[in-house]
Design a protein around this ligand. Structure first.
Ligand code: ADP
Length: 457
């Protein structure tokens, strides 16, 4: 039978049920007065009430056992602490975590399980929770009754009620702590390794820089040292050739020997000049005398020298200017050196009977970094287009590398593979560009673009 919430209503229901039960039992109605009947009904009523109470009690006990079981075998440890810090109640999981019997635990103080170096932290948490009533948590190292250490996250909350007490929830985070330790260790190892590698890389870079500096200085010094006696050799070869020409009359004259000395000496001088320029570029010592210069005039001067060589090889050289303003912001000597290199290459790699065309036109260059994207600045473009062997497509950029010679011309001999590398460095230092392409009809075209105005810093 279900208990009613309203006691009066419950009583009436019970009364009716008892009356019905008496009627069903066909209790004989004696000819006694109603009182006897009333007593009987009351008795049955009481028995039924008793039965009801027993059932309710059994239900309450079952619920209590269920909750007790939930409490005892919860995955975390629960305990109640008095204000003094003494454990007044603990669940089985909590007792297991501390490795003590629950009865034993209730005799002790929680702080006796806290590792010494964590006592201050524990007291701070406990006092704060007791004083403020605000729940909080911290991580502590705890020591079990058998002396082993473990790590717990401890949540502390003041328990409701008149007596000052706190509820503690203990979660075992030993695995997490160990994983953190392992992670920290591997981080430290990694850090140490990175530092060692960085130190190694820095040492290597310093050594490489020092070697590079030493090499550049050596080249600069040696080029000077070698050039001086070479000039003497060339001058005396020249004088000797002139004198021998006056005296010789044989088929293979002394003069021809002097000419060969002179030619070889000049090649050696060109090589030394390239090495000296490269050394200067690499050590940042290449100087420029910048101003607004007439590039058409510079080109014409170079063409005078190259024209002799081209004529000797049977190659025609033409020059056209399609811009009314042939000026650029540049160094006459250095830009002359670039044009000479482009032209001497063109003559070298163009067969007899073919033509080289040099043009000057207006061009543009991408603007400096500070300006808006897509902006350009006015420039002067010089192209040297030949009808020679051309450059293999995959090597159009590599020809500007130091000591590189294309697979089409490698067997030709001569040349150092430094000319274009130096030329590009010179043009870049001017804020310009130097590129190579192939002509559809054969041969190569080199394009040098130079700014007309000085670069913004
Ligand atoms: P060098 O001419 O002394 O070898 P460069 O740096 O001036 O050095 O040129 C590098 C290489 O680029 C040349 O050896 C050649 O293979 C290639 N090259 C340069 N100019 C031309 C050209 N006009 N036509 C074909 N190949 C060229």
């Amino acid at each position: 039978m279900k208990m009613q919430a309203n006691p009066e209503l419950a009583r009436q229901v019970l009364r009716r049920a008892a009356e019905a039960k008496v009627a069903i039992a066909e209790v004989p109605r004696f000819d006694v007065d109603d009182l006897t009947h009333e007593l009987h009904v009351h008795q049955v009523e009481l028995e039924m009430q008793n039965e009801d109470l027993r059932a309710t009690r059994a239900m309450a006990e079952a619920a209590r056992d269920r909750y007790r079981d939930l409490f005892e075998s919860a995955p975390v440890g629960y305990m109640m602490l008095r204000k003094s810090g003494r454990i007044s109640e603990i669940n089985q999981t909590g007792a297991d975590l501390l490795r003590i019997a629950p009865t034993q635990a209730t005799l002790g103080y929680f702080e006796s399980f806290v590792a010494l170096e964590y006592l201050f932290r524990w007291h701070r948490l406990f006092t704060k929770c007791l004083d403020s009533g605000v729940a909080d948590q911290c991580e502590l190292a705890l020591v079990r009754s058998d002396g082993t250490r473990w790590h717990a996250r401890v949540r502390c909350q003041r328990a409701p009620g008149p007596v000052d007490a706190c509820r503690l929830v203990l979660t075992d985070i030993t695995d997490l702590e160990e994983a953190r330790g392992a992670l920290q260790q591997s981080r430290d190892e990694l850090e140490a390794r990175v530092q060692a590698r960085t130190a190694e890389a820095v040492a290597l870079r310093n050594a490489a820089d020092a070697a590079n500096r030493a090499k550049s200085e050596f080249l600069a010094n040696m080029s000077h040292e070698l050039r001086t006696p070479l000039h003497a050799i060339l001058s005396f070869a020249g004088i000797g050739a002139a004198k021998a020409a006056q005296q010789d009359s044989g088929a293979y004259s002394l003069g021809q020997y002097f000419d060969r000395i002179g030619t070889s000496g000049n090649r050696l001088l060109a090589l030394l000049n390239d090495l000296l320029d490269m050394a200067k570029i690499e050590s940042g010592h290449l100087q420029f005398d910048m101003a607004k210069r007439d590039v058409a005039a510079i080109t014409s001067d170079v063409l005078v020298e190259i024209g002799v060589l081209a004529k000797a090889r049977g190659v025609e050289v033409a020059f056209e200017a399609t811009t009314g303003d042939p000026t650029a912001w540049c160094d006459t000597l250095r830009i002359g050196q670039v044009i000479e290199n482009l032209l001497s290459n063109a003559v070298k790699f163009t067969p007899s009977g073919k033509r080289i065309l040099v043009t000057l036109s207006a061009g543009d260059l991408p603007s400096d970094a500070a300006a808006a994207e897509g902006d350009t600045r006015s420039a002067l473009r010089l192209t040297v287009s030949d009808e020679g062997v051309g450059i293999p497509e995959g090597e159009l950029d590599a020809v500007f590398d130091k000591f590189f010679q294309s697979s089409k011309t490698r067997s030709d001999g001569g040349g150092t593979g430094l000319g274009l590398a130096i030329s590009r460095e010179i043009v870049w230092a001017h804020g310009g560009t130097l590129t190579a392409t192939n002509n559809a009809a054969g041969g190569a075209t080199f394009v040098m673009t130079l700014p007309r105005q000085p670069m913004a810093d």
